[in-house]
Design a protein around this ligand. Sequence first.
Ligand code: GAP
Length: 455
Amino acid sequence: MTEPTPTVDMDKLVSLCRRRGFIFPSSEIYGGLSGCWDYGPLGVELKRNVKEAWWQSIVQQRDDVVGLDTSILMHPDVWQASGHVSGFSDPLVECKQCHLRFREDLLEGDRCPTCGGELMEARLFNLMFKTSIGPVENEAAAVYLRPETAQGMFVNFQNVATTTRKQLPFGIAQIGKSFRNEITTGNFIFRSREFEQMEMEFFVKPGTDDEWFEYWVEERRNWYTDLGIRPENLRLRPHDADELAHYAKSCSDIEYLFPMGWSELEGIANRTDFDLKQHSKASGKSLEYHDNAAGEHYLPFTIEPAAGVDRAVLAFLLDAYTEEPDKDETRVLLRLHPKVAPVKVAILPLSKKENQTSFARDVHADVRKTITSQYDDTQSIGRRYRRQDEIGTPLCVTVDFDSLEDKRVTIRERDTMGQIRVPVDGLPATLAAKLAGEDIFVLPPGGEVWKTAGG
Ligand code: GAP
């Protein structure tokens, strides 16, 4: 079998994101801030949808996982106990000539990749951002910006277990910002210094951990493909023993075929009882689970699926980016799954005549109550379709001259450009069914809306 090759050029995607308002460089008018990005009006919708889809699958649709939202600043002892103060570092080398710094493990060859100069000996560089709490800046007041959301869940294990009365196995999930002073950032939002994570700590009885590890690897891979990522662009990469994080017994990365090659999208780790044991020792508080059924007390093992929101956003965008010939031109579209698409429906009056626009505005007012939609009456209809294709809007609703008479509108699909004409009465329900992937047709032509059996 031949190795698949990345098909989308990162520069094209970066340019689309900039032009259409998905993602901007942070503080752009000041020249930007390296490793930081701002999500624009479309980007923020896309990102919210990705987080919502994760929360639905991990928390809302399960009985055995609950949510949490913990503070970014935590007691500094947390990071001593977790091993981040001593172990969360990358080997850094500096060029003797231009003084640029690089991650040694990412370097090819033994010279500076920028100027060819000689490199200094590698030294370890801790990736946590340090700041201080309160008005006095000294070591006693030093705190860190969290480099992962996970520790907030470990230190709350007992709080959650006792207040929810959950029995093992159960999980705690959270979505939030994390910060790492990465030596090398780049590849757009792939590696930044401020990013968001979606992490879940699933606590299990020791001895059942290998099984649960396999379960979560499959669950998480399916989440991406269910949301439209092509399976051939995903692969699993189990870690070798010598690359495992300090806390892990086993770890598998879900990798995506990014433009720069196969790279980590999400990691699933078996963290054993490392974190609970460390926090128990350092805090002096018992974090044991009381297994009443077995009459035992023990520290649970933890299986952790840890995903990056920004990396998921990047993968969804890359996977959706399509260029196809359309007459003499090229049609650019984002084939985003309707669940993640930033705008689900665009309402477009064919002409700017007052009676048509006011009809279309009424349609929009009705649809937007339940579906994220946009109203647009500028430029030609062809250009408006193009604009919606390029931002991934799955459906356009066109209001035309006849709509005022027959109270029908046309739904046009982004991917096939196929059109059906449907009654405006009940339109939000028709659109919702189409967005959910149901097969909708109209019988007889010009008649009522039908769904296929099972739809
Ligand atoms: N709690 C475990 C943990 O944080 P990780 O593999 O270091 O594990 C999990 O991070 C995920 O967070 C990664 O798979 C990636 O998607 C995302 N991530 C990590 N560092 C990142 C960075 N600098 N920029 C963007 N996303 C990052």
